[in-house]
Design a protein around this ligand. Structure first.
Ligand SMILES: Cc1cc2nc3c(=O)[nH]c(=O)nc-3n(C[C@H](O)[C@H](O)[C@H](O)COP(=O)(O)O)c2cc1C
Length: 148
């Protein structure tokens, strides 16, 4: 049984590196985690896992002042799934304005997610400190899933 899903899009890899560290934090917190890159997997591939998981953590870069296209698709698909009451969090890399994470968080809240951490934004490629913050985000979500 999957406890948590990290699902993200990345064009130049920075949000992808954040995703890996978030997943490490979730696993460190004792959760069974799956990670999906939306440029490699379509939502249909893991729809059942999305519905079954207790937490969904979404990663998006900011592109043209918006979330990545694939993340917008994910959010639209989640409107058709039963995600109400799930635990959620958002992270992403950005260059200068970085509003995508706030938009995704807003939409997740309106889907009924209980957002328990973040949004975590990092400018361009995450350094060691940034990766530590990503692991902490994962750990915070795991603690909430475990009832802390
Ligand atoms: C076409 C394009 C548009 C972008 N638009 C924005 C933007 O509107 N605001 C911003 O903060 N960063 C913007 N960026 C910068 C990216 O968010 C930044 O490079 C980020 O690290 C990319 O994450 P990724 O490596 O996960 O794809 C843009 C980058 C590209 C290539």
């Amino acid at each position: 049984m999957v406890d948590a899903i990290v699902v993200y899009s990345t064009r130049s890899g920075s949000t992808g590196r954040m995703a890996k560290a978030v997943a490490e934090g979730l696993a460190e917190g004792g959760l069974d985690v799956r990670v999906y890159d939306l440029r490699r997997n379509i939502v249909e591939d893991f729809k059942e896992e999305l519905e079954a998981s207790k937490a969904i953590v979404v990663g998006t870069p900011t592109h043209d002042y918006m979330p990545a296209y694939e993340v917008n698709v994910l959010l639209s698909k989640m409107e058709e799934l039963n995600v109400k009451g799930k635990i959620g969090a958002v992270f992403g890399s950005y260059g200068w304005s970085g509003e995508a994470v706030y938009e995704v968080q807003r939409r997740m809240k309106s889907l009924g997610f209980e957002v328990v951490a973040g949004p975590l934004r990092i400018i361009e490629d995450p350094d060691e400190d940034g990766l530590r913050k990503c692991r902490e985000l994962g750990l915070a979500v795991a603690k909430r899933v475990k009832g802390g």
